[in-house]
Design a protein around this ligand. Sequence first.
Ligand SMILES: C[S@@+](CC[C@H](N)C(=O)[O-])C[C@H]1O[C@@H](n2cnc3c(N)ncnc32)[C@H](O)[C@@H]1O
Length: 504
Amino acid sequence: MNNIHQLLTSATRAYEQNRLTVAKQKVRNILNVQPDHPEALHLLGTISYQNGNLEHAEECMLRSLELDRTNNDVRVKLATLYRESGQLSQALEQFQILSQFNPESPEILYNIGNALNDLDRQEEAVSFFRQALILRPKFVEAIFNLGNIYDALEQWFEAIGCYKQVIEIKPDFVPAYSNCGYCYIKLGQIREAFECYQTAVSLAPNDTWSYVNLANAQRGIGLLDEAKLSFGTAIEQDPDFTLAHLNLHACLYGEDKEKASRCLEQVLRIEPNHQRANFYLGTIRDFQGRADSAKNHFKIARKGNSKIDFLIDSWDYVCSVESSTYRLLGTNREMWEWALENANVDGLMLEFGVRFGTSIRQIAEITDQIIHGFDLFEGLPEEWGDLPKGAYTTRGVIPDVPDNVELHVGLFENSLPQFVESNPAPIKFMNVDCDLYSATKTIFDNLAGQIVPGTVIIFDEYFANPTWREDEFKAFQEAVQSNGWSYDYLAFSLPTRQVSVKIR
Ligand SMILES: C[S@@+](CC[C@H](N)C(=O)[O-])C[C@H]1O[C@@H](n2cnc3c(N)ncnc32)[C@H](O)[C@@H]1O
């Protein structure tokens, strides 16, 4: 017996020194004498696990647990083995047994939360993370993972709450800033996202993704020059980062097509068949009068995995527009600024489709005027393409908006008649971002009398969508016909799918 104890000590030491073959031999010697030695089986299982022999590791650990059900260490290793080898239900089962023996262990509750999350049982996972946090309120990993689950459940306010708590406890934990920034973007609070990404970049200046996130936020709030620099830094760090080249191209597309085309050439250097890059480069070549090169890029783009005929159809439509006074832009902010620069009617400013307020916040920064925002805040009232009814819902949350925004809650068909009665002035500017044909038609049916020469309208999904000819485009074209309007296109932006028009 004493001899076995000594052998086990010596086998454990060999294992700790990473002399696995020696350790294994010593354990086998023990098991030859005493095949049911739970600690020896545990150690043999651990060695097999380390050697990548998972089946044998599992067998040894299960046998060890049969002999001693209460050995937490073996069970934790077995559960970890199951989790890492994708046997998720078995992992959960082992953590649940562990919890029966250790009901007050925050680690085990945390692990159950993780296992439930792995099994896509997020709602249950939340409850286990919460229990872990009652026992240990500053359990950073549990708070962070809880935040990630809220994010996955699209409960972004709650997720932000968790990330902020993590930041309070561990102010240099970069993923908390990045994830928090992402949730702010989802909530349309791009300035707040920008601040998170700025901190992430200052804490981890070598993290290329942080620069791309920062650049996207900068682009969103109109800091285009800063965005270009941040994309540039990301590209310096990783010259093969296609997304950075692609997004930088969008920042340059409006002002310098040649520079934008160089970004796309970089994407194609890395991925010659990149669909969107070929498509966008085709549009630039067309614009530059290089029809053969354009055709070639469109041909490659068409060969890709997903169908993009609707994009080429959208571009053909742009090319078919007779006037050539419109601009080709690449970012939201440029579209809003250009539209507002051209909106000189003394009249109302409106937005249809507010959701969390991403666009209305940006527009409110460009003007001092009151902007009236209309939305049901319960998402699309009917299906749209692949999106189900209710997509884009804020779950009834009415967003915080700047002082110069006034919100009108409800279906357009219910809120507009009353609004029109008390606001009969002509319309200076409208941002139509409700996606649907029916909703856009309702807007024009109610507001046709206030749409006058000089009214500027931006459509957020006018084209560059698979169903674009059936959506906002169709509703506008019908309104043009029935009201006898003429109009000019002010700008097209393929990357953001926006179009602006001015009534003549
Ligand atoms: C794409 S989202 C708007 C996005 C928003 N502009 C932004 O910047 O995030 C479309 C919105 O249109 C709203 N909507 C669509 N049809 C509507 C209708 N008939 N009445 C009221 N709201 C509607 C939905 O509730 C949804 O919030």
